[in-house]
Design a protein around this ligand. Structure first.
Ligand code: C2G
Length: 134
């Protein structure tokens, strides 16, 4: 059996139109600790952040992420401003994010280790939506 280091890992995302880039980052995040907790961005947060509603509503995105083998627990992320609160509440030892967020969460280095992973190239929700539209 592969040994995983101790501790809780937190990651956040919308995970809309779930794709392999999402799966890879969750698997890599899970490998950093014993437990992976995922904050799934609410529909309202997404609208405020990206100016459009996700394709799949938050309850469905939450269920899809929760069903993955590498995920231990999920919750709805209501606001970007609550990140420190979520990290403390879930007892995060590590915060893992894709490198499109590089540097943006360094301020939390006082509560946990902050890790940025390289994004999986050539796949994105936006590109998938565009492809289906054509
Ligand atoms: N990701 C990736 N490779 C891709 C696409 C996405 O590694 N090709 C990663 C992103 O870097 C992110 C995670 O998958 O860490 C989820 O991506 P999104 O759903 O696009 O997340 P986002 O809307 O940026 O939400 O509080 C933070 C936000 O909620 C993050």
């Amino acid at each position: 059996m592969k040994m995983r280091p101790a501790g809780t890992v937190l990651t956040f995302g919308t995970f809309d139109v779930f794709h392999v880039g999402h799966l890879r980052i969750l698997e890599r995040a899970a490998a950093l600790g014993a437990r992976l907790v995922v904050g799934v961005s609410s529909d309202a947060l997404n609208i405020s952040k990206k100016g459009r509603a996700p394709v799949f509503p938050q309850e469905e995105r939450l269920q899809l992420v929760a069903a993955l083998r590498c995920v231990d627990a999920v919750f709805i992320e209501e606001s970007l401003e609550l990140k420190r609160h979520y990290l403390t509440e879930y007892g995060a030892d590590v915060l893992a994010m894709g490198d499109d967020w590089r540097g943006r969460f360094d301020e939390f280095a006082d509560v946990c280790r902050v890790v940025y992973f390289e994004r999986t190239p050539a796949v994105s929700t936006t590109a998938i939506i565009e492809k289906i539209r054509l």
